[in-house]
Design a protein around this ligand. Structure first.
Ligand SMILES: *Cc1c(COP(=O)(O)O)cnc(C)c1O
Length: 363
């Protein structure tokens, strides 16, 4: 509003749907135990911090990113055992790849489909691109509703179906046979499937070993949940011809030399991150058992670095935990299926103990 409270003249140039939307809310976490965003609680060991600092300091920051991103693409391809005939593209986080995909697929009448509750960026990127989004509710215990998915695919013939594997915010790893039938149905109607494996470091299964059977499946991963959320690096693997098309809408220098070098450094030290992931998986199991033992709390099976819990009054518990310095995510208003649910990111053993105590006291 301008000082005299009349809307600014330029407001008519801002899309109506943008004016009515809320900006993506990032909770203020100053001074809190931060267990709201599936970040890895561990930082780099001091010796590695020093090495990385020297490497970053020596980069040619005066130059646009060059061939080094291709080195990173090749190393990532090797790291994930990318099959023959496939290619890999990089994004400024997977979020950017999700956006680029809705740009590339924005033909008249196009739609994007995903199970709900799911990752919010699928719907948001579609909406911002003016592409219709179809959400298909999960079952009450957060499994894929296979019949509903197949019927929605037949009805809407979406350009893209997203399957987060495991899912956010539920942590669910979908049934492999159900996935395969959905992948086939989507392929038969001529659409694409994206397997979003953001939580792969914490999961017992990957689709990578099945991807080569199809020519319409893309697989997305990110370094964010792996331990480098601050670096902003996501990647997408798919059949060469398909990646070549999507890559045309990518801004040419979307990966900074700093992102790129950090990612290369992380791959050289992947055993450090693998160890951290193993600790987090162990902690998830312990935390899950402890939560299940609390009367009134229901905890859902998870293959990610978070646990979804249901309780009598999630908002009361969330606020109580916050007063005790523990920040988690209140997802209870995100979707009707998530009524009275909180999403708890798995932290260090000390953080988890602190969180557990705060949760019990706040029920
Ligand atoms: C966190 C998350 C991402 C993305 O993250 P970036 O930080 O943008 O790489 C993608 N998909 C799912 C399901 C996520 O939970």
């Amino acid at each position: 509003m301008s000082p005299n409270q009349t809307p600014a003249l330029w407001l008519k140039h801002i899309r109506q749907d943008v004016q009515s939307m809320h900006a993506y809310a990032i909770q203020d976490s100053t001074g809190m135990v931060k267990l709201d965003a599936m970040e890895n609680p561990y930082s780099l060991p001091p010796e590695l911090q020093k090495q990385l600092g020297e490497r970053l300091g020596a980069l040619a920051l005066n130059r646009y990113p060059g061939d080094r991103v291709n080195v990173l693409r090749a190393k990532l391809a090797k790291y994930v055992k990318m099959p023959e005939g496939f290619d890999i593209m990089l994004g400024n986080g997977s979020d950017e790849l999700i956006t680029l995909l809705s740009v590339a697929c924005d033909v008249p009448g196009a739609s994007i489909l995903a199970p709900l509750p799911g990752f919010v960026m699928y719907a948001m990127s579609a909406q911002l691109q003016g592409v219709t989004f179809h959400g298909v509710p999960l079952t009450a215990n957060f499994e894929l509703d296979e019949a509903a998915m197949l019927s929605a695919i037949a009805t809407h013939k979406p350009a893209v179906v997203y399957l987060a594997y495991p899912n956010n915010p539920t942590g669910t790893l979908w049934n492999a046979d159900a996935i395969e039938r959905i992948v086939l149905a989507q392929g038969q109607q001529g659409g694409l499937i994206v397997m979003d494996e953001a939580y792969q470091p914490f999961a017992s299964q990957t689709y990578m070993d099945r991807i080569a059977r199809h020519d319409h499946v893309l697989l997305m991963r990110t370094l964010s949940k792996f331990g480098l959320a601050g670096v902003r690096l996501g990647y997408m693997v798919g059949p060469q011809a398909l990646i070549a098309e999507i890559d045309k809408v990518r801004p040419p220098y979307n990966i900074s030399v700093l992102n790129c070098e950090c990612a290369l450094f992380a791959l050289e030290h992947s055993e450090v991150f693998a160890q951290q992931a193993a600790l987090i998986r162990e902690e998830r199991e312990k935390l899950s058992h402890s939560l299940a033992a609390i009367s009134g709390v229901q905890v859902f099976p998870s293959q990610a670095n978070m646990l979804l819990v249901r309780m009598p009054d999630a908002t009361k518990c969330f606020e109580g935990m916050k007063l005790k310095g523990i920040l988690v995510k209140n997802v209870s208003k995100m979707h009707p299926l998530l009524t009275n649910c909180l999403r708890l990111t798995v932290g260090t053993p000390a953080e988890n103990a602190h969180m557990l105590a705060a949760l019990k006291e706040s029920l």
